[in-house]
Design a protein around this ligand. Sequence first.
Ligand SMILES: Nc1ncnc2c1ncn2[C@@H]1O[C@H](COP(=O)(O)OP(=O)(O)O)[C@@H](O)[C@H]1O
Ligand SMILES: N[C@@H](CCOP(=O)(O)O)C(=O)O
Length: 293
Amino acid sequence: MLTVRAPATSANLGSGFDVFGVALDRPADVVSVERADETTIEVSGAGAQYIPEDPRKNTAGVVARELDAPAHIRIDKGVRPSSGLGSSAASAAATAVALDALYERNLTGDELVRVAAEGEAAVSGEAHADNVAPSILGGFTVVRDDGVFSVDADVPLVACLPDIAVSTRDARGVVPESAAMDDVVHTVGSAATLTAGMQRDDPALVGRGMDERVVTPARAKLIDGYDDVCAAATDAGATGVTVSGAGPAIIAACYPARQRAVAAAMVEAFEDAGVDARAYRSTVGSGAEILGE
Ligand SMILES: Nc1ncnc2c1ncn2[C@@H]1O[C@H](COP(=O)(O)OP(=O)(O)O)[C@@H](O)[C@H]1O
Ligand SMILES: N[C@@H](CCOP(=O)(O)O)C(=O)O
């Protein structure tokens, strides 16, 4: 039995749709694997009742198939599904790292990310790797067709998760098919600003770089209380706020001294909108780790 912990992640960060991602300190999925003749899956923990145990429909099972590494896979969900915190990706990432070690495949980080992204394709319709990359590699990650890189960063974040579900597949359906050139120019400016902010551990630049005008407004409509939560976070000192992944979680950047207040303000604003919520205070975290064999 080999056990791996893989963290929740926040993808996009506004300006990096399908490109940027960041590992969070918590929550996390814990996946245990042992060799078997054919793959079977057991799921427990947060939202387990909504997650298929059929290996063809579970991201972990798809990863086992891609690696040709059959196993009995036990998934303890810390990241509940349809959260915007990379739930399906955390299982895929943990399983890729676990099976790579169990079967002694010695895959590179890029190869592990590519395999885990196939798991994502099975549930969201497209093999976007911006959640699995930080869940495997840690840090702030940039995914391109020709590979992925990760940068260590130290920027306080608050991920606020409301008690509603938005499926990534549905939220991809509202993304506009095209964008005006001035919005594209604005996005490039924001993405460059955010990347510089991560390199410099500068919460102000990271926050400014989250601003995006094409995908985010379309998805914000799927999240009850979105505008009020953003306003409350900003009033409490957030340097930037945006949809986390495909939502419904909302992610904010801030200075360390404001992190507690930002978290409380976001939860309160959701509650004022009639939605229970919890906030995870985090930094830019580490990637998947083997807990034991
Ligand atoms: N191991 C898994 N963990 C979580 N969700 C999974 C898993 N395997 C398949 N799914 C399915 O993926 C969907 C959740 O993924 P997604 O909408 O991307 O959520 P999130 O935004 O939290 O990543 C649900 O339909 C769920 O049943
Ligand atoms: N780039 C993807 C990220 C989805 O993240 P999730 O945490 O909601 O699965 C997208 O924006 O669709």
